[in-house]
Design a protein around this ligand. Structure first.
Ligand code: PBG
Length: 341
């Protein structure tokens, strides 16, 4: 029997349609491709560590380093720039921690000094985003202020907001273009927006980690930044991985509070959430964070010779954009930029 190749639609049958024609060769495939990775939409994370003078490779994240605040870092950023990258998100690793994370908002905190140095060297040629959180800065490792209540220690929401507001102002004062609160406190976007506006930084954007799950994929990051909580976990503030629609509530609240860009994090295990948020808020710029554990799994499998690292990297980034992200924070950014060149 002769096979009829058809596409059934509501309008009837089209026996002459052959989808494979559109896959005939690379030029045609490129012409009709729906998704494209643009290096200008990649954001490179940078760890900057106080009081070291040589880059330290992060064991669980091959190819990623804790950078000293010196020429090594500036040369690295220059190299990323030459490969086409323009966007950087800075994570600080301070040498001093205390209960309220003072180094996060000190004028001489490591992030503030790093932003000044980058601004001095690169001017407006690069976009500087600062992660805004407390976990690397507090001795207990939580993302907020810890208090002792009737039932033991807890992270106090509203006292934490006051500190976040100070961090935002310190980062803006140093020259950040975008502050990115990642602590998942209620009302953090409003507190930060009000403080920035009050201090004359109404042009500084807020990229909110609106939909941040309590994920085990952050393991390598916490090792890199020494930011694991000393007791308990982050499940009283980060989202439960079992929830989808709660993401819409978090996004809506952040938008009402003045977020300019919202984020879903992690990315790979949460592509459904990226798609959901993009569908409900197509007008809002959406970032996705391809987190440390997702990166490390690729590196580990590649080292074992079990996957083709380059192909897998591009496929992963494509998938995150295809799901609906407008921009992606990824440790693969530099390598991807190289591959796309
Ligand atoms: C700080 C923060 C974390 C990450 C980004 N900002 C860690 C956490 O919440 O424990 C994780 C990023 C990654 O895993 O790549 N709150």
């Amino acid at each position: 029997m002769k096979t009829r190749i058809t596409t059934a639609t509501m309008l009837g049958e089209y026996p002459l349609v052959r989808p494979r024609r559109l896959r005939k060769n690379e030029l045609i495939r490129d012409l009709v491709a729906e998704t494209e990775i643009n290096v200008r939409k990649l954001i490179m994370p940078i760890f900057v560590k106080e009081n070291i003078d040589r880059p330290e490779e992060i064991e669980s994240m091959p190819g990623q380093f804790r950078w000293p605040l010196n020429d090594d870092l500036l040369r690295f950023v220059e190299d990323c720039y030459e490969k086409g990258l323009r966007n950087f998100i800075i994570f600080g690793i301070p040498s001093r921690k205390d209960p309220i994370g003072s180094e996060a908002f000190s004028r001489d905190g490591i992030v503030q000094r790093c932003v000044r140095a980058l601004r001095e060297t690169f001017g407006e040629k690069i976009l500087i985003i600062t992660d805004l959180c407390l976990c690397q800065y507090t001795d207990h490792g939580h993302c907020g202020i810890v208090k002792i209540g009737r039932r033991g220690p807890y992270v106090d929401n509203d006292d934490t907001l006051k500190i976040y507001a100070k961090i935002a102002v310190a980062q803006a004062e140093a020259g950040a273009d975008i502050v990115a609160p990642s602590g998942m406190m209620d009302g953090q976007v409003r507190a930060i927006r009000e403080a920035l506006d009050r201090e004359g930084y109404s042009d500084v954007l807020i990229m909110s980690y609106s939909v941040k799950y309590a994920s085990s994929f952050y393991g390598p990051f916490r090792e890199a930044a020494y930011s694991s909580p000393r007791f308990g976990d982050r499940r009283t503030y980060q989202m439960d991985p079992r929830n989808t629609y709660e993401a819409l509530k978090e996004v809506e609240l952040d938008l009402r509070e003045g977020a300019d860009i919202v984020m879903v994090k992690p990315a790979l295990a949460y592509l459904d959430v990226i798609r959901l948020v993009k569908t409900y808020y197509p007008q809002v710029p959406l970032a996705a964070y391809n987190v440390s554990g997702e990166y490390s799994m690729v590196k580990a499998a590649a080292r074992m010779g079990w996957i083709d690292e380059k192909m897998v990297t591009i496929e992963i980034l494509t998938a995150i954009f295809r799901a609906g992200a407008d921009m992606v924070i990824t440790y693969h950014a530099r390598e991807a930029a190289e591959l796309l060149h």
